[in-house]
Design a binder for this molecule. Structure first.
Ligand SMILES: [Zn+2]
Ligand SMILES: [Zn+2]
Length: 269
């Protein structure tokens, strides 16, 4: 069976959760507890003003009380805005394949689902109160099509897993929230922005929107964390100029490339 798990940003900081915990997430589950099974495909749906499907994945752990989940560090308990984390609440473990937090990244906005003949009649559109929604096979097929990459491709072979991790890596780097926080923290610490590899510095006189555009954040250890779910912190991110960032991503050996370039530039300086 296929599911939609909904989150309300007024109650839980879903964007922060999805951009920082890309290995494994847990979702509050108060319905269909007996029906949700390992392997079921899942879409994560953001409620509110910018509603729609923002992530896709599959179930890796059937609903379990929060107090006894395998990776409590991935619960994101500190991200509750209005409610308190409840240890008795059931949580479904979900492995994400893709995170698309805004339209630019390819989220499926509620308006697009609503316009669709099939999805327009589904409960996530017609009765959008609640956390867990069941998708009929047809509804799932349509949503998968709107999403634009078949989830069946994104299961667990080695190559697919590498792909998944790489996509999670890009999602994190594109997350406007993480990017903004990192650039602010960097500016605060160093007084200005510069590339951590080549040292390229933004003109001190250029106003922020221009300098910010010239820098990107890079996740230094993208593929190494497969062993367990770890929250991405600002220390995991580096500020790079667009040129160096492109060079770092010249091939799949991202962590290697970063070290090699860092050594080259350190010698040159
Ligand atoms: Zn650079
Ligand atoms: Zn990068």
């Amino acid at each position: 069976m296929a599911w939609v798990f909904q989150g309300n940003p007024n109650r839980f900081d879903i964007d922060d959760y999805l951009s920082r915990y890309t290995q494994l997430i847990y979702w509050r589950t108060n319905r269909y507890v007996k029906d949700i099974a390992v392997g079921d495909p899942v879409f994560i749906w953001r409620a509110g003003a910018d509603a729609g499907a923002v992530a896709a994945g599959h179930v890796v752990a059937a609903p379990t009380p929060a107090r006894s989940v395998e990776h409590p560090e991935a619960l994101g308990d500190d991200l509750w805005v209005a409610d308190e984390a409840n240890p008795d609440e059931l949580k479904t473990g979900i492995r994400l394949h893709e995170i698309r937090l805004d339209r630019e990244a390819g989220m499926v906005p509620r308006s697009a689902a609503k316009e669709n003949l099939v999805l327009g009649a589904s409960t996530i559109i017609t009765v959008p109160n609640g956390t867990v929604f069941r998708l009929s096979p047809i509804e799932f097929g349509v949503l998968e099509e709107l999403w634009g990459s078949p989830m069946s491709l994104a299961t667990s072979s080695g190559a697919a897993e590498g792909q998944r991790l790489l996509r999670a890596h890009y999602a994190r780097e594109r997350s406007p929230r993480l990017r903004h926080d990192k650039l602010c923290a960097f500016r605060k610490e160093h007084g200005s922005l510069f590339c951590e590899l080549c040292g390229h510095e933004a003109s001190a006189h250029a106003p922020e929107p221009f300098t910010d555009r010239a820098f990107e954040v890079h996740h230094k250890n993208p593929l190494a964390s497969a062993a367990g779910p770890v929250r991405t912190t600002l220390n995991d991110l580096a500020v790079l100029c667009a040129n160096c960032h492109r060079a770092v991503h010249a091939n799949a050996n991202v962590a290697e490339n970063f070290k090699t370039l860092a050594t080259l530039y350190a010698v040159g300086r």
